[in-house]
Design a protein around this ligand. Structure first.
Ligand code: SF4
Length: 222
């Protein structure tokens, strides 16, 4: 199949360039001190919403090092969960959500995270991005693309798609991006968006993708 969008080259460049940049915790293959399972990926992803990566990592470690299953989580009171996860954003709401989700998993799913996108979405507090993260990084399924602000912005700048919302981006990208790139898409674009193709004033002068980028709607750049 003809690679109109130069996916092969772009992904090769990004893999090389982002090699030295730390990946977000949920996308790392191996975790230190926490067992990586669909459940721990789900909880860590919930902790990461509106929270800096470093804080997420520390909170995940404090909570999940010991309490890494729904059965263990429900032993904890909400205030103990709050204590473990503070200072993540909305830690009180998240503590409640984490306990509710653990309870629901035990009652409705035999204590297991469902390997099913719609069932994940039915868990209270789980949106499309989190469900996609669990499908990709918890279960290693192709056919799912977690879209955050970087994953929405950069494909539009490159000229791959013209979309207005992350939902539209997810749908469009799923129709053009071959499955072999699904597993790496989210973390490569997040790393790239945090370091080079930044939201405001992207670093186009040092960007390794300049030859492949249409720079759609890019104003001030460096
Ligand atoms: S050339 Fe500029 S806008 Fe295009 S991907 Fe690189 S940093 Fe982003």
């Amino acid at each position: 199949m003809q690679d109109t969008y130069h996916f092969h080259e772009i992904f090769s460049i990004l893999r090389q360039t982002m090699n030295n940049i730390q990946m977000p915790l949920v996308s790392r293959k191996k975790w230190d001190n926490i067992q990586k399972t669909p459940f721990t990926v789900l909880i860590s992803c919930l902790l990461s919403l509106r929270t800096k990566e470093k804080i997420t990592e520390q909170a995940s470690l404090r909570l999940l090092k010991e309490y890494d299953t729904p059965e263990k989580i429900i032993q904890l009171s909400e205030s103990t969960i709050q204590h473990y996860i503070y200072p993540v954003g909305f830690y009180k709401t998240k503590a409640k959500r984490i306990k509710d989700i653990a309870q629901t998993l035990i009652i409705d799913h035999g204590g297991k995270v469902p390997n099913d996108f719609q069932e994940l979405l039915s868990l209270k507090g789980v949106g499309r991005k989190t469900a996609n993260i669990v499908m990709v990084y918890g279960f290693h399924n192709a056919g799912y693309l977690p879209i955050d602000t970087h994953c929405h912005r950069i494909p539009n700048r490159l000229g791959w798609i013209r979309t207005k919302t992350p939902e539209e981006t997810e749908k469009k990208l799923l129709s053009i991006l071959p499955k072999q790139y699904h597993q790496d898409f989210n973390h490569l674009f997040v790393q790239f968006g945090q370091t080079i193709c930044t939201p405001i004033s992207p670093h186009c002068s040092i960007c390794p993708l300049t030859n492949h980028c249409q720079r759609i709607a890019v104003g001030t750049h460096r």
